[in-house]
Write a protein of this length. Structure first.
Length: 67
């Protein structure tokens, strides 16, 4: 297996991992809101948005390996 193939596997894993974290953050922010912890919930929502951006970077890096 060459480096490019290994990089695709690693990036694919990171994309999946990042998407799972984003879902967890979104769910936890709702739990925090339900518990009346709106300020903390806001920070976790912000984290979820940042995670979405980082996931997009990972996806772009993965696609770029095919160029």
């Amino acid at each position: 297996m060459d480096f490019n193939e290994k990089a695709k596997i690693r990036l694919g894993h990171w994309v999946n991992h990042s998407e799972e974290h984003q879902k967890e953050y979104e769910g936890f922010s709702r739990e925090l809101e339900n518990a009346g912890r709106d300020v903390s919930a806001g920070f976790i929502r912000e984290l979820a948005k940042l995670t979405e951006k980082s996931t997009e970077c990972l996806k772009k890096a993965l696609r770029a390996l095919d160029e």
